[in-house]
Design a protein around this ligand. Structure first.
Ligand code: 3H9
Length: 710
């Protein structure tokens, strides 16, 4: 394999990395060996004054170390050796007697950015595709090829911690402001500018740099006492964010501290030791699996490989219902898929409100400088509205986001089918109603499909696509691709009440209600679950979803699955007191000017319960988690998801199931089916039939099976 090619211009060697047969450049042992042999040769070549390293991929510099290699690491020692090898290679670059310039276009991440850091000059393109950073902690590891040592020295302690501890990457302009790169240029002149920099450095030497930090940062970071303060604050922030469930950011913080306080050699030692320890943790394994599951889903069209389909290109979108969901679907589609979107509602004032909300999504991007003013104007012009379906004949896809009621949805389907072209697709955005029921009277059922978006649409990463029994393959592929164009991770799920996400969420939310009925304080429940790793607890989640929406969903689920999913009385009683949750600032929590404050103590009177003492967070966690796990096992056995991978991604991205646990199915594999069954049986005896273990779990116990075959 030859990953590198070298040409020469005016005494400057241009080394191009283009890993054969791979969509991205990544650094593995073979590439690093080849690189070292190459630069050794250039070291001794008197005709070479400097080196420019550039990528041969159209839109990728280097995506980091080869993550696939992490899955093959057999021991901590092996992982440590990998990091040590990376560090040595980067040190050789740094100490190379001739200047090395990195010419960066596209993602420059992890070990890719660590290589750039070791180079003597960094030029990046201003393309939005260029992003630079150290995302390692998102994989449960830390920058292991010198990044923890070099970045703080280059850009200052606080700025470096901001990147390393959150696993962030930055666009080129911000990277320039921070000092992560030295020059930002248009793509068309990247090569020339890098060559000029190499020439300059070869002639004038490597300039001394100081981190471009503010005076106040320099003052704080310049003294040991000031730095101690920074470390303490960073630690507190990490713990508040991770609840102590993710060891990597804390380890990275330690390494950065050691490198700055005791010197680079100690820093490198701490870095490879900690890298080794982290790389073999279950947390890292789960996060790495999630990375591969997500990338695999980017290519999965939701139909078996080899299916003969002609997907429809979606150029124009119609959205029926300009409420909260409809407007957000239109706004997100325009933002990410850049197509014309037309909102329809029954009256023009409603349409106007919806358009305003859709444009609000673009406004927010403009404010955060993710869009320029002219891009904003161009995108906003793609949005239009109507009260009478005018223009719908041009739509390739119509998404209905009206009231969650079967009769209403059927009526809308009939109205839309009368307007649209025969080849256009009708998608219904429902969270629980079976698609085949909505499609029952359709004229063209093969073009009807479910697209379950999660709220808030612009932020939630998941989309469930639900084909009904008569939906054709072209419609499935079109809906999946369109979902991806909207920026979503898409799972195709079976047409079963609640589909996947709401199916497994339903017993969990019901049980939270049962716990409240039993007198468990709301705070205790929510805190127990955030400590377990969920972003919010179930009561706070009910407030976010809206208690009216939650009640509707739980009724559908109860109707479909019977006693096991009997709702508690809590949601109904809250609604009797006009408590809809965040949307009317009345829920389990008090809302002050849109901000959630403490639990509203009045809810206990409303619910007729007295909060009691004596409950442990562990007992709460066990009841809530095991009901969700059991439901996931049941739904999996009914074929609701196509694979364990899809089920876990759905739970992680749709519910916020703790990523470090890998997902409900991965977690059951880790616990072992037998242990899950035993715990469920104990809960069954203590709390009732809803905890009866799913037959599939019993079967897996007997046969020693797992959800994941590996
Ligand atoms: C690291 O660097 C550790 C060091 O500090 C220390 C070492 C000692 N490895 O996402 P895409 C594959 S840790 C292996 O669809 P996009 C990906 O699986 C690393 N494979 O493209 C997919 O494969 P396939 C830190 C990788 O344009 C294909 O490339 N770096 C890697 O939407 C296309 O990927 C990261 O965490 C990799 N590093 O996005 C960055 N990267 O075709 C991880 C990609 O077989 N990568 N692949 O399905 C990314 O975030 C995105 O892939 C990227 C491109 C933004 C680069």
């Amino acid at each position: 394999m030859t990953a590198f090619t070298t040409t020469s211009e005016n005494g400057i060697a241009i080394v191009t990395l283009d890993l054969p047969g791979e969509p991205v450049n990544k650094l593995d042992a073979g590439v690093v060996d080849e690189w070292e042999q190459l630069i050794e040769r250039l070291r001794g070549d008197a005709a070479v004054r400097a080196i420019v390293v550039i990528s041969g991929k159209p839109d990728n510099f280097i995506a980091g170390a080869d993550i696939e290699a992490f899955t093959r690491l057999a021991s901590q020692e092996e992982a440590e050796a990998l990091s040590r090898r990376g560090q040595e290679a980067m040190q050789r670059v740094e100490q190379f007697p001739k200047p090395i310039v990195a010419a960066i276009h596209g993602p420059c991440l992890g070990a890719g950015y660590e290589l750039a850091l070791a180079c003597h000059w960094r030029v990046a393109t201003d393309s939005p595709k260029t992003q630079l950073g150290l995302p390692e902690v998102q994989l449960g590891i830390l920058p292991g090829a010198g990044g923890c040592v070099r970045l703080p020295r280059l850009i200052g302690l606080r700025a470096a911690l901001d990147i390393i501890l959150a696993g962030k990457s930055e666009r080129a302009q911000k990277a320039l402001r921070l000092g992560m790169v030295d020059e930002v240029v248009p793509k068309s002149i990247l090569r020339q500018v890098a060559l000029a920099a190499a020439d300059r450095l070869a002639r004038d030497g490597i300039p001394k740099r100081r981190p471009p930090r503010r005076a106040v940062d320099a003052l704080i970071e310049g003294t040991p006492v000031g730095r101690q303060l920074v470390y303490r604050m960073a630690r507190r922030q990490v713990l508040a964010k991770t609840g102590g469930n993710y060891p990597a950011p804390l380890a990275a913080l330690d390494v950065v501290r050691i490198a700055l306080e005791r010197g680079a050699p100690e820093g490198y030692r701490a870095e490879h030791e900690r890298f080794g320890a982290l790389a073999v943790t279950p947390v890292s394994r789960n996060l790495v699996q999630t990375f591969f599951a997500t990338t695999a889903l980017k290519k999965d069209d939701g139909v078996p490989a080899g299916t003969d389909v002609t997907p429809h290109r979606i150029r124009r979108l119609g959205v029926v219902g300009s409420g909260f969901m409809g407007a957000a679907i239109a706004g997100t589609a325009v933002l990410n898929a850049e197509l014309e979107a037309r909102l329809k509602d029954s009256e023009l004032p409603r349409v106007g409100k919806g358009l305003k909300a859709a444009i609000g999504i673009l406004d927010e991007r403009l404010k955060r400088r993710r869009l320029t003013r002219s891009q904003h104007q161009r995108l906003a012009a793609l949005l239009s509205g109507t009260a009478d379906y005018s223009g719908f004949t041009r739509a390739d896809l119509v998404i209905e986001a009206v009231f969650e009621d079967l009769a209403v949805k059927r009526r809308v389907l009939a109205e839309v089918e009368a307007e649209i072209r025969p080849e256009a697709i009708f998608a219904t955005n429902t969270s629980t109603i079976p698609i085949r029921d909505i499609a029952a009277g359709a004229r063209r059922p093969e073009r009807v499909i479910g697209m379950h978006f999660f709220s808030p649409v612009e932020r939630m990463p998941l989309l469930e696509v639900i084909p009904a029994d008569r939906t054709d393959a072209g419609t499935i592929v079109s809906a999946v691709r369109f979902g991806r164009a909207m920026g979503k991770t898409v799972i195709v799920v079976h047409d079963h009440p609640g589909f996947w996400v709401n199916r497994i969420l339903s017993p969990y939310l019901n049980e939270a209600g049962v716990l409240i009925e039993e007198g468990v304080p709301v705070e205790l429940i929510d805190r127990a679950m955030t400590r377990w790793g969920f972003p919010v607890g179930p009561a706070a989640l009910l407030d976010e979803i809206g208690l009216d929406v939650a009640q509707k969903a739980s009724k559908v689920m109860h109707g479909a699955f019977g006693e096991r999913l009997t709702p508690s009385t809590v949601v109904g009683r809250m609604l009797d007191d006009n408590r809809l949750g965040r949307k009317n600032a009345r829920g389990f929590y008090v809302y002050h000017e849109g901000h959630k404050t403490g639990v509203d103590e009045r809810v206990y009177r409303v619910l007729g319960v007295k909060p009691l003492e004596g409950f442990t967070p562990e007992a709460v966690q066990q009841r809530l988690v095991y009901l969700m796990l059991n439901e996931a096992a049941l739904a999996f056995s009914e074929g609701v998801v196509r694979s364990a991978r899809d089920g876990d991604i759905g739970a992680l991205f749709g519910i916020g199931f703790p990523p470090f646990r890998g997902g409900p199915l991965r977690l059951m594999d880790d616990l072992g089916a037998q242990q899950v069954v035993e715990t469920l049986e104990r809960l069954h005896t203590a709390h009732g039939a809803r905890f009866a273990p799913a037959p599939i779990l019993q079967q897996m116990t007997e046969r020693g099976e797992r959800f994941y075959p590996d």
